[in-house]
Design a protein around this ligand. Structure first.
Ligand SMILES: Cc1ncc(COP(=O)(O)O)c(C=O)c1O
Length: 394
């Protein structure tokens, strides 16, 4: 199978981890030799409720037995999508009331950028240095990491970058700006939290100049930071909220949410301002609805902060210089990219799944399912500490 994987399936890196997956359940993924791997990554913050969660699986199965795709987005009334959008609105501030469902995070970013241009009649976009918003052309245009996008230029014009958390840069947001797009917590950059009421200041500046404030919650969203959405920790409300990843509970989804006044602009001038065939797919929406219900009706969100404290307590080692992030969106920093690589690769041999962050080579990603148990957290931390002990004495 590995040979076929390398030969026939397009690769994104020369050295994929290439674990052959047999099945997955709870906090574990099993390989084709039935070896269990404790999952500290959750499909890169996507498997909110772990693997094979009974409520998600039941919702999927029931929907499969009713209907699959029946019509392009937005024409027919399909209960899972309607209920999902309604439940989202019930947990959001009043101004975030209407949701457009799409198929992936990057597609939701594209929709949000289009909506901002349509609403303001302006074209200038401001994003943050080291930001990651996805890999299609528009999302890549607002990615703040030149090395990864150079080969794909020309991208969208009129994009400029500010330093996340630097208030001085806010003066670059002017009445020519269509939108400011930021991650609530910068992911690829190394799980950088906003400080000093920064997001609130960005929101105010956007309001002053009539720019749309977009927050990308594709990674922190859906309970991972102890609140349903990360922005709820930071005293701000975006004009457009973008979600994805963990919303689908293991199924592919993206969504952008805004006021009706904004969102209704996509209905005319031009008509069909944003369209998609599969967005709001009934099976995906059913999985997302089950996930959102479970996250909002259980103790999982509150426990996320206790679990963060547990990671911080058990991940103490001279080679861990800092633990960044919030809730179960954590990055353990080591002194070098080499040490981080060693830890991630050795962890796999030891039955623990870890991963990297996109632009910060010293970071070890720790983003387990929200359903991970305290015992599993301690077990995973012990594996990391043992590996670090070995590296220290080499
Ligand atoms: C903050 C952020 N935005 C956008 C995306 C893109 O989402 P997708 O991979 O579903 O297109 C990601 C994915 O890693 C992300 O972390």
């Amino acid at each position: 199978m590995k040979k076929d994987f390398i030969t026939y399936q397009a690769q994104t890196s020369p050295h994929p981890l290439a674990m052959e997956v047999s099945h997955a359940e709870g906090s574990y993924i099993y390989d084709s030799n039935n070896k269990a791997f404790l999952d500290f990554v959750a499909g890169v913050s996507a498997c909110t409720l772990g693997h094979k969660h009974p409520k998600v699986n039941t919702a999927i199965k029931e929907q499969v037995d009713s209907y699959l795709h029946v019509m392009v987005y937005g024409e027919y009334i399909q209960k899972p999508a309607v209920e999902l959008a309604k439940l989202l609105a019930s947990h959001l501030p009043d101004s975030l009331e209407k949701t457009y469902l799409v198929n992936s995070g990057t597609e939701a970013i594209e929709g949000a950028l289009k909506l901002a241009k349509r609403a303001t009649g302006r074209s200038e976009m401001i994003a943050a240095k080291n930001a990651y918003h996805g890999n299609t052309m528009g999302s890549m245009s607002v990615m703040g990491y030149e090395e990864r996008k150079q080969a794909f230029r020309p991208l969208l014009p009129n994009v400029s970058f500010i330093q996340f958390n630097d208030e001085k840069d806010l003066e670059k947001i002017t009445n020519k700006t269509a939108c400011v797009i930021l991650e609530t917590i910068q992911g690829g950059a190394g799980f950088i939290e906003p400080t000093n009421n920064y997001l609130n200041k960005v929101q105010k500046r956007c309001k002053e100049v009539g720019a749309i404030f977009i927050l990308d919650e594709i990674q922190p969203g859906v309970g991972r930071t102890g609140k349903l959405f990360g922005f709820q920790n930071y005293n701000c409300v975006p004009d457009i909220l973008v979600t994805g990843k963990g919303l689908g509970g293991g199924m592919p989804i993206g969504a952008f949410t805004a006021s009706s006044k904004l969102m209704d602009l996509l209905q005319d001038n031009p008509k069909l301002g944003h369209i998609t065939t599969f967005g709001g797919h009934p099976v995906i929406a059913a999985a997302a609805l089950a996930t959102l219900k479970e996250v909002t009706e259980s103790y999982l969100m509150a426990q996320t902060l206790e679990k963060e404290a547990l990671v911080r307590k058990h991940l103490v080692h001279p080679l861990i210089t800092e633990i960044r992030g919030k809730g179960l969106m954590l990055a353990a920093m080591t002194p070098s990219a080499e040490i981080t690589n060693e830890v991630v690769l050795q962890a796999k041999d030891a039955g623990l799944i870890l991963f990297w962050l996109l632009f910060e080579p010293k970071a070890i990603r720790i983003t387990p399912p929200l359903t991970i148990s305290n015992e599993e957290i301690i077990k995973g931390c012990e594996i990391i500490i043992n590996i670090l002990d070995g590296i220290k004495t080499n």
